[in-house]
Ligand binder design. Sequence first.
Ligand code: ADP
Length: 228
Amino acid sequence: MERAFSIFVISLSRRSPGEGGRIRVSFFVISAFACPAVVPRLRDESGCFVICFPFCASCVTFPFMRRAIYPGSFDPITNGHLDVIERARKLFDEVVVAVAHNDEKQPLFSLKDRLDLLRETAGKIDNVRIAEFEGLLVEFARKEEAGAVIRGLRAVSDFEFEFQMALMNRKLDAAVETIFLMPKEEYTYLSSRIVKEIARLGGDVSAFVPVLVARALAIKLKKNISTK
Ligand code: ADP
């Protein structure tokens, strides 16, 4: 009796996610015929196949994404954050702006409000995605297949803390690289904390945050004052 069979083998290979590059998919079709008259030497004494013929092989390559995570509290997002995002998105295929669940900092805005403000501002920019995460940053980076963490550096005062964090994250996962980006000089003195302070004292923050955020700050602080 004549029988034939084929085995399809698909192999995937890629570089580490952060390195970008390409993902390669190789297809192999291995065929053999079970007719002893045609290929008698394919069988051993017990009649089992001992050889297979590689029949055809082909490769297809797909581009692979370079992704970075920009973590923070974003309480609320400022023009300084947006400046960093703009710089990062030119270096990576995708930038994931990730809000940390960190109640220790006692944020002014709830997690949902911070995410909404981010979605309405940074989320509208091409190749920027908004996310949230809990737990270790390196684990989130691994889950997202990101090879880099973006942090902003404003002044020497940021350096010590950021340096310590970057080295600790490297210790936890050497595959995740921390990249520091400096904003325009006019944003080097800007922080979410200062913006909240100015708004609380009735100052104009429209030069420091997107319009939507300035409005949200005014509403939030009015509500906070009236409930005191
Ligand atoms: P975190 O609680 O992680 O410090 P922030 O929202 O305050 O969260 O900041 C997130 C990141 O953005 C940090 O790396 C911080 O240094 C950076 N950053 C904040 N404000 C600015 C700014 N004005 N210019 C550049 N980087 C900034």
